[in-house]
Design a binder for this molecule. Structure first.
Ligand SMILES: [Zn+2]
Length: 476
């Protein structure tokens, strides 16, 4: 399908979208995604669409009827070969996962506003941007003359772009990968320092998987004038929307930017490539249920900070500050007592991204992070430091993604047991599917690493000579 995007209605925040369909079938069904990967809940993007119409090559308007809330059937009874569709998409949500158009930028997450013809999801897609000549484009897709090219709908849906005259671009190499920073919005960041820190944590992440599987990786930073924090991962890029208030210390803002950036980069492997079997491939029309949120968000949250520590970007105090903040969020959530992290993952489709009913559920991010740490420590303890969760992640990447398949809970459990040489039956029963056992499990194992949780803070034991937790987390 060939799309064209125009910005004549920028002041009204409506993107004009037109597409050519070369198909002479009597009935053509177009599907808009019902959700976006990275946020496991239904999104109803179709509510932002107005003025949908389909026209034959002779200018005749064709009959259109919706089939579901987000699919349209075009009646092409004369079997016209070329049909044009037109609609307008309301783009007025400036965060890391949506769409925004004004007179300064065109920012699109294609999963919101582009459709595929049912039965032709694997065909190539092109998107031509009708934008002013001074606009630059930030996007993981290759583009020449303002035309973005995607191999199939999955790739298009996963490729956000910003087009703007004010985009700031900074590029550097980490081993064989070109890293791009794109900034939309004013900031006072030291780009040389950000480059050094990004290089350090990127190398630490690559060392786990032994390869960085893209030639180019793009950080699309939307810097907002008001307090904000949101990041979304993609195959070869991420969008990070950040804003600070006047009271925020510049160092805190910078460290938070590093934390979210390291988290999103880790997703390049963990979820964009290492993916649950039930999401392989994504089904854009309905819920893609998974109990494995403690792997794709929990382990990613754990490694996001850990990579900053291991690469020396953060010291022990900075790492434990962040850990203590997460732990405080964990203990203040009464939902831990009522619903397991696996069940909470399944239910993100109901209320995973809002507080929800009091004390109903736990967080796949925070409880998942603590569960990941526990699994890591069990493996390190049992193997006397020979193995760790790094080996499990390495194998998930090489034995599943590289073999073109998704993983299951049993696959993950098998790898944990392979490296710890111990049954993880109790871990899955008590921590992953059980309720409220996590803190006791952590308190049991931390003394082995000269640490404990005191007054809800991760601390080195005073009577220990060294800090073997730090050593095991950093030196592998
Ligand atoms: Zn994440």
């Amino acid at each position: 399908m060939k799309y064209q995007v125009s910005i004549n209605k920028a002041l009204e925040n409506f993107i004009e979208i037109e597409a050519e369909i070369n198909s002479n079938e009597a009935e053509i069904v177009l599907q808009l995604p019902a959700w976006r990967p990275g946020r496991y809940e239904l999104a109803n993007f179709a509510k932002n669409i107005r003025c949908f119409k389909a026209t034959a090559q002779n200018g005749t308007e064709l009959k259109v009827r919706k089939q579901t809330k987000d699919s349209w059937k075009i009646f092409n009874i004369d079997n016209n070969k070329n049909i044009t569709i037109y609609y307008e998409y309301y783009a007025n949500q400036l965060d890391a996962g949506a769409c925004f158009l004004n007179n300064e930028q065109l920012y699109v997450n294609p999963v919101h506003c582009f459709m595929y013809q049912v039965g032709k999801i694997n065909e190539p897609f092109e998107v031509k941007l009708n934008i002013p000549s001074e606009y630059k484009i930030a996007c993981q897709l290759t583009h020449i003359d303002n035309i973005l090219k995607a191999e199939n709908f999955d790739q298009l849906a996963d490729s956000p772009f910003i087009a703007s005259a004010n985009l700031l671009h900074h590029e550097f190499m980490v081993e064989n990968t070109n890293i791009h920073f794109w900034f939309q919005g004013k900031h006072e960041l030291d780009l040389k320092q950000l480059e050094l820190d990004t290089t350090a944590y990127t190398k630490a992440q690559k060392a786990i998987f032994k390869e960085l599987p893209c030639a180019d990786y793009h950080f699309l930073y939307q810097i907002l004038p008001t307090p904000f924090r949101h990041g979304v991962e993609h195959a070869d890029s991420t969008v990070i929307a950040m804003g600070m208030n006047n009271d925020m210390l510049r160092d805190d803002f910078y460290n938070d930017l590093l934390a979210i950036s390291s988290h999103e980069l880790f997703h390049l492997w963990n979820i964009k490539r290492i993916r649950p079997e039930s999401m392989w491939p994504y089904d854009f029309t309905k819920e893609n249920y998974s109990h494995l949120g403690y792997v794709y968000e929990g382990i990613t949250t754990y490694y996001g900070d850990l990579m900053l520590l291991r690469s020396g970007v953060w010291n022990w105090e900075q790492y434990t500050d962040s850990w203590n903040g997460d732990f405080a969020r964990h203990i203040s959530n009464e939902g831990n007592k009522n619903y397991s992290v696996a069940e909470s993952s399944f239910d993100t489709w109901l209320d995973g991204y809002v507080p929800g009913v009091p004390a109903r559920k736990t967080s796949i991010y925070i409880e998942g992070m603590l569960a990941a740490m526990l699994a890591d420590l069990i493996i390190i303890k049992n193997s006397k430091g020979q193995y760790s969760l790094d080996n499990v992640m390495h194998d998930l990447y090489h034995l599943f993604y590289k073999q073109k398949k998704g993983y299951t809970e049993n696959d993950y459990k098998f790898l944990l047991e392979k490296y710890s040489k111990e049954s993880f039956e109790h871990y899955f029963e008590a921590v992953i599917w059980g309720k409220n056992n996590l803190i006791a499990e952590l308190q049991n194992i931390l003394p082995y690493f000269d640490c404990s949780i005191n007054n809800n803070k991760l601390t080195k034991n005073i009577n220990s000579e060294n800090n073997s937790l730090f050593n095991f987390l950093v030196n592998r």
